[in-house]
Ligand binder design. Structure first.
Ligand code: Z5A
Ligand code: MG
Length: 188
């Protein structure tokens, strides 16, 4: 119905949980069902700030931890006018990582500082090692205690199709629920 806001659907999780795969499939399925749906991702590497983040993640540059946290935040803020405009126009946004990743990955660094054991990194990009991802997962689990966010847990170890069906059903519910509520403040 015209005038109804879209839903903000965020996919979060550790490295290679299947977020990008599912985000793409979700937008395609919602669009095929006649819904107005668009994809966003964070970090959004195409902007000037996003290019700095991409270089940092690819280990081509070093950025102080607090500064890079703020760059990730700024990378979301620069999309906020667009996010609000789209949602208020009734477009549902499927977002591949959002502010929860910002908290979880910075939190994982703080846990590392508290950890006596020092382990090397072995992934292609920064943060791509098992111990770091376990700390990020721990932070995500703590964030799920925030009852102002409508968290849904999906078992990402199932097949791509089964995970897709589950996320699609949850998203249809979220879109119906969002249409009944005014746009609130975004969790940035
Ligand atoms: N970061 C941060 O520190 N602060 C912030 O504020 C934000 C982010 C927003 C880059 O993120 C880093 O930025 C990230 C957090 C940090 N560091 N880490 N980790 P990114 O999103 O650009 O990149 P990524 O986390 O490395 O995500 P990813 O590798 O793109 O993973 P994914 O999107 O969850 O997975 P995928 O690409 O959909 O799937 C990976 C592979 O698994 C692929 O071959 C698929 O075909 C396969 N796959 C997917 N699902 C399945 C199932 N169900 N079964 C079998 N195989 C599957
Ligand atoms: Mg991805």
């Amino acid at each position: 119905m015209a005038g109804r806001r879209g839903a903000l659907i965020v996919l979060e999780g550790v490295d290679r949980a299947g977020k990008s795969t599912q985000a793409g499939r979700l937008v395609a399925a919602l669009s095929a069902a006649g819904r107005r749906a668009e994809l966003l991702r964070f970090p959004e590497r195409s902007t000037e700030i996003g290019k700095l983040l991409s270089s940092y993640l690819e280990k081509k540059s070093e950025v102080e931890d607090h500064s890079v946290h703020l760059l990730f935040s700024a990378n979301r803020w620069e999309q906020v006018p667009l996010i609000k405009e789209k949602l208020s126009q009734g477009v549902t946004l499927v977002v591949d990582r959002y502010a929860f990743s910002g908290v979880a990955f910075t939190g994982a660094k703080e846990l590392r500082l508290a950890d006596a054991a020092r382990r090397g990194e072995f992934g292609q990009e920064r943060y791509e090692d098992r111990a770091f991802q376990e700390r990020a997962l721990h932070c995500f689990q703590q964030l799920m205690g925030d009852e102002t966010v409508n968290w849904k847990i999906v078992d990402a170890s199932k097949s791509i199709e089964d995970v897709h069906e589950e996320i699609l059903a949850l998203s249809e519910d979220a879109i119906r629920a969002a249409a009944q509520r005014p746009l609130g403040e975004l969790w940035k």
